[in-house]
Design a protein around this ligand. Structure first.
Ligand code: AMP
Ligand code: ZN
Ligand code: FE
Ligand code: FE
Length: 276
């Protein structure tokens, strides 16, 4: 039997990728993927349009989301897989987050003015469309208008977590984000753990009931991957991975760069079954 592969971390235009849900699936087909998850930031609206084309190509689309949470020092992203993406309670929560994101972008744009960066807020909202608006959209407009030479500089100098124009999002703790995923019937996975400093966040999300960690990610070096694999094994955590592709929103189109064996999807499915 030919080996099957999955990419469980992809964004679409319903958050901050330049690829529409349909284009994500089209790219997945070209990359030879059997299963994918569109994990938009705080948004599940890509799932329905993506499902239609995924069925056409016989690609398995796992309903998913990437929730943004924060603890005192870190931004902690929680991936939710096999969630009930039509759940009214979940959709209400996500809608509130969407509104908070709009208010936050307005505040960031105001702060940027104090740094002589005057960008048109409508241009940002035109770019984000009806999905989750975020910092990558702001960075793209800053780049387009010549205020920065690249996206990295926009984050490093202005809107990154420790930069002067940073504004935090809604107050959602990692524990609350994990609860949201569980309440929506899903499996909660800690995204790209390398961005977190040290093991303390990892240990605290284990206490909060996290089910697994994203071991395979483009930001992880080979040594990181080995480290997180061992960490997952010793704490009996599920293992996932994905390319975190944002289309042309980041320097490189990443879909196809991380392919995980389909067996890891089977482990996720086993975990879903065990919960019911
Ligand atoms: P937001 O949800 O508005 O906080 O924005 C998160 C997005 O910004 C994600 O796609 C991140 O990958 C991206 N991001 C965060 N920090 C950086 C950075 N230093 N360089 C490039 N992208 C970043
Ligand atoms: Zn993103
Ligand atoms: Fe993330
Ligand atoms: Fe992501």
């Amino acid at each position: 039997m030919t080996k099957r592969f999955a990419d469980l971390h992809l964004h679409s235009t319903l958050s901050d990728s330049t690829f529409t849900p349909e284009e994500v699936i089209e790219r997945a087909r070209k990359a030879g993927l059997s299963a994918v998850a569109i994990t938009d930031h705080d948004c599940v609206d890509a799932i329905e349009p993506a499902l239609k084309i995924a069925k056409l190509y016989s690609i398995e689309l796992i309903p998913a989301v990437e929730l943004s949470s924060e603890n005192k020092e870190d931004e902690v992203h929680i991936l939710g897989y096999f969630i009930d993406w039509r759940d009214k309670w979940l959709l209400d929560k996500l809608d509130k987050m969407r509104i908070c994101r709009i208010e936050r972008v307005k505040k960031i744009v105001e702060k940027l003015k104090n740094h002589d960066i005057d960008i048109n807020i409508d241009e940002i909202f035109a770019l984000s469309g009806c999905g989750s608006v975020g910092r990558l959209h702001i960075a793209q407009i800053m780049l387009k208008r010549g205020f920065v030479p690249d996206i990295k500089e926009a984050f490093r100098k202005y809107i990154g977590n420790n930069a002067p124009c940073y504004v935090s999002k809604f107050k959602l703790s990692p524990a609350e984000a994990i609860k949201i995923v569980h309440r929506a019937g899903g499996i909660a996975i800690l995204a790209h753990p390398v961005v977190l400093k040290g093991e303390s966040v990892l240990c605290s999300v284990i206490n909060d009931g996290i089910n697994g960690i994203e071991v395979y990610h483009p930001d992880h070096s080979h040594a990181d991957t080995i480290y997180f694999l061992k960490f997952a094994a010793s704490h009996k955590l599920l293992v996932t991975g994905g390319s975190d592709c944002h289309g042309f929103g980041k320097e490189r189109v990443l879909i196809g760069s991380v392919k995980i064996p389909y067996e890891l999807v089977d482990r996720l499915k086993d975990a879903v079954k065990r919960r019911y």
